[in-house]
Design a protein around this ligand. Structure first.
Ligand code: FES
Length: 83
């Protein structure tokens, strides 16, 4: 969700992170009431953002777009079966 004041430094908040989180929360509310979206200020890989991470112990997703949300919800179902 980070929105750096310096436009020369990348930050997920300036690249659509809030819209992605909102869209993901809406999708999960309809399909996966047992999954929560936690919003973080920074995951430490700003150049690759917007970023998200499946948890616990999950993978990072980089360059995420709102259009990726359906694929992400599907991946969460696969992730459940793997853990
Ligand atoms: S602002 Fe998104 S990883 Fe740093």
């Amino acid at each position: 969700m980070n929105r750096r004041a310096n436009p020369d430094m990348p930050s997920c908040g300036h690249r659509g992170g809030m819209d992605i989180a909102d869209t993901l929360e809406s999708a999960l509310a309809l399909t996966r009431g047992d999954v929560q979206v936690q919003r973080f200020n920074c995951l430490g890989c700003c150049d690759l953002g917007p970023n998200l991470r499946l948890s616990p112990g999950g993978e990072f997703w980089h360059h995420v777009r709102v259009d990726d949300v359906p694929r992400l919800v599907k991946r969460l179902a696969e992730f459940d079966q793997e853990t």
